[in-house]
Design a protein around this ligand. Structure first.
Ligand SMILES: [Zn+2]
Length: 480
């Protein structure tokens, strides 16, 4: 079988010294050409379809759904069994809504049926292995098409363009990549194909952050591509030290973690530019992005089939209601994810955006696994981490922080202090957070040297160790 590696994959897999060496000869070519024909084709497709009228989009989705359901039925043991149990045949799908004839599937089912879910031999050369970070429990392994990158990257670039990014513009990237230090001790690597400057968000001391910012001033008009927690750390560093913000940063693209509204506001104020974000998963089910006019997430209709379901599995159509994001991906045909519950929750806003005119489903306030995102009071009720996120100077002398909770009603706030951290800072944190918590939860402050990031370099704000069963029992006691 032909090896279907895209140029992007090829470059991802090429060792850094070779990439840098080869890249010197390619510096003058535009990435649009270097990234290959299928990338360019997908860019054109995305440009042509994103403003399609609703009936075109629905027809496209129905066609894609039929194809993926047929493939799953014919080639995947797992889905054949699920479909048979549900008395479902792919030809039963006459409208998009018919998808509810099938059950949803959860992460545990994927873990237990990994190879049976696949539609082809996983040893094939055009199959890639992938996994998610597994911050909230077991990591999730899966398989996907090796040639997916040009398609996926096309959607990302089209999303970022809404924030003013142009392909070929340099990007300063702080996204969990292991970046070795150069001969001057700076954690920096350069990819001449994508024009990405990588820095290490595992090395975020004040000294390193000062060096990153200084280096960024030398790379020309650029975008930051970051985890929200990384750029928030940079912003707090700037505020704390009165450091000048690089003037060549045109915009910030913050992805892969939740962007809290207070965080976004602080980042935008410090950097003086827009903080734009996309939402997606490693499993490639659903991709959503803000638009030119606002930060509400517009779900890309041609990337995957999106559903927002309430606790009873019914679709949410009322603006303001929250539900779980359930996705059926169109891109991964090696291991289809059909009606997969993402454990991410969002608020439904509407079926189109009046500001930009796109007929895309609009959602906001996306939150991850609820168990990671909340603190538990003594009576079992939940306090959203968002509610505790401070926009003022509460954390000014704090490099990193994390709640650790083992007992309802109590928590430890771990803090990695900066040099200027004094007792006043601890008192202020106790006072300001205490005011928000309103005696529902007591916390003690513990100063630590470091807080480990997840395996992918993401910040974990709440290390929630109270099991769901225990929380449920507290709630039912309360009900009686
Ligand atoms: Zn819009």
């Amino acid at each position: 079988m032909k090896k279907a590696l895209s140029k992007k994959n090829l470059w991802d897999k090429t060792p850094q010294p070779f990439r840098a060496m080869l890249g010197k000869g390619l510096g003058i070519s535009h990435p649009k050409w270097l990234l290959g024909k299928s990338f360019r084709k997908n860019c054109t497709f995305v440009d042509n379809t994103q403003y399609w009228p609703e009936e075109f989009l629905r027809a496209y989705q129905l066609n894609k759904l039929r194809k993926i359901l047929k493939l799953a039925f014919e080639k995947s043991k797992f889905y054949r069994s699920i479909f048979d149990s549900a008395g479902f045949h792919p030809e039963d799908i006459k409208t998009l809504e018919n998808i509810n004839l099938l059950p949803t599937i959860e992460k545990q089912a994927v873990i237990e049926n990994l190879s049976d879910m696949c539609t082809k031999d996983i040893r094939a050369i055009d199959v890639d292995y992938g996994s998610t970070g597994g911050t909230g429990g077991k990591p999730l392994s899966f398989y996907m098409n090796a040639d997916r990158s040009p398609t996926e990257y096309g959607y990302l670039v089209a999303s970022w363009e809404r924030a003013g990014y142009k392909l070929g513009m340099p990007m300063a990237v702080l996204r969990g990549r292991t970046v070795s230090s150069d001969r001057n001790g700076l954690h920096h690597e350069y990819d001449p194909i994508l024009r990405h400057h990588y820095y290490s968000n595992f090395h975020m001391s004040d000294e390193n952050m000062a060096r990153y910012l200084e280096h960024i001033t030398t790379i020309g008009t650029c975008f930051l591509h970051v985890y929200p927690s990384s750029v928030a750390a940079l912003a707090r560093f700037i505020l704390r030290n009165g450091t000048n913000t690089p003037k060549n940063i045109k915009g910030i693209i913050a992805e892969s973690e939740i962007v809290y509204p207070e965080q976004r506001q602080m980042i935008e104020e410090v950097f003086g530019c827009r903080c734009f974000s996309c939402y997606g998963q490693s499993e490639k089910l659903i991709l959503a992005a803000g638009c030119e006019q606002n930060n509400d997430y517009h779900v890309w209709p041609t990337y995957g089939y999106f559903e927002l379901l309430d606790d009873d599995g019914n679709p949410i159509t009322t603006p303001g209601q929250r539900g779980e994001i359930v996705g059926t991906g169109f891109i991964n045909t090696v291991m289809p994810f059909i009606r997969y519950r993402t454990s991410d929750w969002a608020t439904y806003v509407g079926s189109c955006c009046e500001a930009c005119g796109r007929k895309h489903t609009i959602i906001r306030d996306i939150r991850g696994h609820r168990i990671q995102e909340v603190l538990i009071t003594a009576d079992g009720s939940e306090i959203s981490w968002t509610a505790l996120n401070m926009h003022d100077d509460t954390f000014i002398h704090v490099r990193q922080f994390q709640f650790v909770q083992e007992t309802p009603g109590q928590a430890v706030l771990r803090i990695v202090p900066t040099d200027g951290f004094e007792k006043d800072d601890a008192d202020r944190i106790q006072r300001n957070l205490g005011r928000k918590l309103d005696s529902q939860l007591a916390f003690t402050i513990e100063l630590v040297e470091a807080i480990p990031l997840s395996a992918r370099g993401k910040a974990i704000y709440v290390d929630q160790r109270i099991q769901q069963e225990k929380r449920n029992s507290l709630k039912s006691e309360g009900d009686i």
